[in-house]
Design a protein around this ligand. Structure first.
Ligand SMILES: *Cc1c(COP(=O)(O)O)cnc(C)c1O
Length: 377
């Protein structure tokens, strides 16, 4: 493992919280490893109860009913099931999304376009913040689904989900929301914000990789694409990942308890990082709205740097992202920065710095020095 490196890439993934790891341990071994579908014996019952508790913990964080939660392998699967599974259950019609969504939300919409659905991929606003006013003009009588993320993974910007949800409800259009970056970080109350389908992932909130969930509003029909034993009300077959699901539940509990204090701490550190870089270097740009955003992310670029190598490659001792780590297999500039109109030469020197639970004030000081050193090298 790399040592002596400040980790500011929490938007790509977070380390598992020690308390989460501890909660998961018993469910790997001995009788704890029983299959929660084997309810004819006591260990199976215990595993099923543990899954039920995790379902309640996530439901509480979102203010929904536990029966509306479907566990999956992560947000990519949840987005695919929420978007394509919903559209395919209807069969035809119009689907709307926005250009700076995560590929997990964009690619299923593109897939639907090849299946005879009509799709609109709206251009992104230059602030990165999507409102109902952006969505309203493209809704049609045959629009069946709108898909908009809660918070953007590269910019940290927060969309007006309440306004968008009210619009969709008034028009009788279903709404999918990729809330992967928002769940556990900012308050989400689906009693107030009427969303049909919502995707999230454990590893973005100090839980393990390979487990996530899709919230499915009661009464919503989906066509599953993983079929088999009929787990998760037939929407997602396959033996449940009990330790992972327990970890997701515990991660939710911790976030519920600590969100307010942690948000204030991270916002202060993030703002100090941002303002120090702005003060010490020339032509620093901050991408996306600086108010309507998560406390933990800043996306900046440094101007006046003409080296052929992207800035991120010149950083030593700082782990952060150039664009989205999630699209590492795709070459070229970030589609998010491109979508909000950042010129390519500036996008090339963009850094996404994302803070998290383990980030200290010392980390921030070190990161500032690393960035200044790289910019001047
Ligand atoms: C990380 C991320 C995903 C993908 O989540 P996985 O659990 O890794 O599949 C989807 N959407 C957003 C916004 C993300 O940040």
């Amino acid at each position: 493992m790399a040592s002596d490196c400040v980790y500011l890439d929490h938007a790509a993934t977070t380390p598992v919280d020690e308390r989460v790891l501890e909660a998961m341990q018993p469910w790997f071994r001995g009788l704890g490893a029983a299959n929660p579908a084997s309810t004819q014996h006591a260990p199976g019952h215990a595993a099923a109860r543990a899954v039920g508790e995790a379902r309640e913990q996530l439901a509480e964080l979102l203010s929904v009913t536990p029966g509306e939660i479907v566990f999956t392998s992560g947000a990519t699967e949840s987005c695919n099931l929420g978007i394509a599974g919903f559209a395919r259950s209807i069969g035809r019609g119009h689907v709307v999304t926005v250009a700076h969504e995560h590929p997990a939300g964009l690619d299923p919409v593109r897939r639907l376009a090849g299946e005879g659905f009509e799709t609109t991929i709206l251009p992104a606003p230059s602030t990165g913040v999507v409102t109902a006013a952006d969505i309203e003009p493209v809704l049609r009588p045959d629009t069946l689904l709108v898909s908009v993320m809660w918070a953007n993974n590269e910019l940290g910007t927060i969309n007006d989900m309440e306004g968008i949800a009210m619009l969709c409800r008034d028009r009788g259009v279903a709404l999918h929301c990729d809330a992967t970056q928002a769940v556990g970080k900012i308050p989400i109350n689906l009693e107030r914000v009427p969303i049909t389908l919502l995707s999230c992932s454990a590893h973005k909130m100090y839980g393990p990789k390979g487990v996530g969930a899709l919230y499915v509003l009661a009464g919503t029909r989906l066509r599953p694409f993983i079929e088999g034993g009929g787990h998760e009300r037939g929407l997602r077959s396959g033996t449940l990942n009990v330790p992972g699901i327990v970890g997701l539940g515990e991660a939710c509990r911790i976030c519920s308890d600590e969100m307010n204090v942690e948000s204030a701490r991270l916002a202060e550190l993030r703002d100090r990082l941002e303002s120090s870089v702005i003060n010490r270097l020339e032509q620093v740009h901050v991408h996306g709205d600086r108010t309507l955003r998560l406390p933990s992310i800043t996306n900046i670029s440094l101007g006046g740097l003409l080296g052929p190598d992207p800035l991120v490659n010149r950083l030593r001792g700082l782990a952060c992202a150039a664009g989205a780590a999630c699209s590492s297999s795709r070459e070229g500039p970030s589609h998010v920065l491109e979508a909000i109109g950042v010129p390519p030469e500036r996008a090339r020197n963009a850094l996404r710095l994302s803070l998290g639970r383990s980030t200290t004030a010392t980390d921030i000081d070190t990161a500032i020095d690393c960035i200044v050193a790289a910019a001047c090298s």
